[in-house]
Design a protein around this ligand. Sequence first.
Ligand SMILES: C[S@@+](CC[C@H](N)C(=O)[O-])C[C@H]1O[C@@H](n2cnc3c(N)ncnc32)[C@H](O)[C@@H]1O
Length: 205
Amino acid sequence: MMYDEDNPKFWEAKYKSDDAGWDLGGPTPVFVNISSKLVPKKICIIGCGNGYDAVMFAKNNFDVTAVDFAPSAVTSLKKLSKQNKVNINVLEKDIFSLPIEYDNKFDYVIEQTCFCAIHPNKRLEYEKLVYSILKPNGKLIGLWFPLDKNIKDGGPPYGTSVEEVKSLFKNKWMLESEEFPKESIKPRRKREKLIIFKKFEDSAD
Ligand SMILES: C[S@@+](CC[C@H](N)C(=O)[O-])C[C@H]1O[C@@H](n2cnc3c(N)ncnc32)[C@H](O)[C@@H]1O
């Protein structure tokens, strides 16, 4: 089944009509804080949007791949990376059809308002995708949002809950940490939770 939001045109129209209400206009404070604590390695930002975090991680010496299927987002990110003189592997692709060369490729995957952008019926597929692109022991670093919206109220953004997220990343995953970060921007405080899951080392298949 195809949903409206499966089509890049759905998102492109939002960028074109300046209706990107999710856009922070700069790097996400929670991820800025995290980047200073992680060893810089291969990182993938799925549904990266305009790519401020992609550039921020690249400036902090991470090897960044950023994926989005909306042409305007990709164009903005390419421009931003040029301005900042950083190299980023920018992919204008559907996250659900990444080439096989990205299997077991990343040490970290960043989630921010991508999970809530896809239809809830595709959440299992989302888990499979993240599992497949992470290396064993790799980490999914997610700001899970919006926790105050019921899935039945539609979207995007589609609501979620901490329970749902934990049940999705249960088998083959270890919950590493969870917190309501003090760095969350004010309008998202307590409406998003930072939860980090680790892919089991012995579970590469
Ligand atoms: C709500 S926006 C969030 C953008 C960015 N993460 C941020 O926080 O600014 C969702 C983004 O995911 C992208 N997206 C949605 N579904 C996608 C898919 N299946 N493949 C690639 N990108 C997708 C959209 O084009 C859009 O840029």
